[in-house]
Design a protein around this ligand. Structure first.
Ligand code: TXA
Ligand code: MG
Length: 319
């Protein structure tokens, strides 16, 4: 076990908070995926996040806070934003809001935009860490830019282990897919990224929501590149039969014959179970002995919208 991988005990959470306050990077669990955290008020710490991930600097980061009170010091909350936070925080929803001039946030965290994405994660370890750090923490998913997001501490160690001072290990992430990103800058709420809070739940509260999630039609979401979440092997969607040497990501009780191997996202067709398994299974099938990864069709409702979004990007032509 690498020495910087540590169980998320109270002592190690305290140590992680001290490291964050000193400008170091710490990977920590959230209910969605593991984050690569740095002090969001430090330009130098945020620059290190971009460097560690190899992330383009036009792609802004999500800033994490314990809750609404801390968030209101950083961004302007209108009535809609308060209602969203009251309903879904702590939880897998990030809100894009006007950044306060006096927020003290790194400019680089917002990639120079006058907005900021804020999220209060529900994971107990994330909450304890944010409270102990006592300052907002910028945290993208703890993977190399463009690759598959990490849902275990081991995924982080394998990909970014030498870039972080500490990785807090609290086991696999329960949701397994990133937060929903909702833009509340314009008159109409806009979905920038489908995620852990299904669109249907947002629509219940807001009525109509603009969809700004597809590659080209998403000028407001600078980081939504067509190719993302990509394993090494090519990914083929809506597979109903095998091609030579392919591994299969199956959904439902039965896999078509002829695949070199198969993993089941959910045998019972449960989309929450499939979301929790998605990234770990993509990693497990990303082996040189397979020619590619085929994925069975997955319904595009509820969490299926976020699953299909990630799979489409995993299958997109690589940069
Ligand atoms: O679940 C999550 O959201 C995880 C965990 C660690 O919290 N974090 C995460 O961060 O997925 P990241 O950096 O991988 O994705 C952030 C997304 C990107 O698509 C980025 O473009 C968008 O949020 N974003 C951030 N700030 C924005 C802003 N001011 N305006 C528009 N989009 C923004
Ligand atoms: Mg990411």
């Amino acid at each position: 076990m690498p020495t910087n991988l540590a169980p998320a005990t109270p002592d190690n959470i305290e140590r992680a908070a001290r490291l964050l306050r000193a400008g170091e990077l710490v990977a920590f669990p959230t209910e969605t995926v593991y984050g690569l955290g740095g002090d969001a008020t430090s330009e130098a710490a945020v620059a290190r996040i971009f460097g560690a991930k190899g992330r383009p600097r036009f792609n802004p980061l999500i800033v994490h806070v314990p809750g609404l009170a801390e968030a209101e010091a950083l961004a302007v909350f209108d009535e809609r934003a308060r209602i969203a936070a009251q309903h879904f925080w702590p939880g897998p929803l990030s809100l894009v809001l006007p950044r306060r001039a006096e927020s003290g946030l790194s400019l680089l965290a917002s990639a120079g935009l006058d907005s900021v994405a804020l999220r209060a994660p529900a994971h107990a370890v994330a909450q304890a860490l944010l409270r102990a750090a006592g300052r907002p923490i910028a945290a993208p998913s703890a993977n190399r830019s463009g690759r598959v997001s990490p849902t275990t501490a081991a995924h982080v160690a394998a990909e970014l282990g030498d870039q972080v001072a500490l990785i807090l290990d609290a086991g696999p992430c329960a949701v397994g897919i990133e937060s929903t990103v909702l833009d509340l800058i314009g008159d109409m709420p806009a979905l920038l990224r489908p995620g852990g809070v299904p669109l249907e739940q947002l629509a219940e509260i807001f009525g109509h929501i603009e969809l700004a999630t597809s590659g080209d039609a998403a000028p407001r979401s600078p980081g939504r590149l067509p190719s993302h979440y990509a394993p090494e092997r090519p990914v083929r969607l809506d597979a109903t039969s095998a091609q030579p040497g392919e591994a299969l990501l199956a959904f439902g009780p039965e896999a078509p014959p002829g695949f070199a191997d198969a993993l089941f996202l959910s045998r019972s067709g449960d989309l929450a179970e499939a979301a929790a398994n998605l990234f770990a299974m993509l990693r497990r099938l990303d082996r040189p002995r397979f020619t590619g990864i085929a994925v069975m069709p997955i319904p595009g409702v509820g969490l299926g919208r976020a699953i299909n979004d990630r799979l489409r990007r995993a299958a997109a032509p690589r940069r």
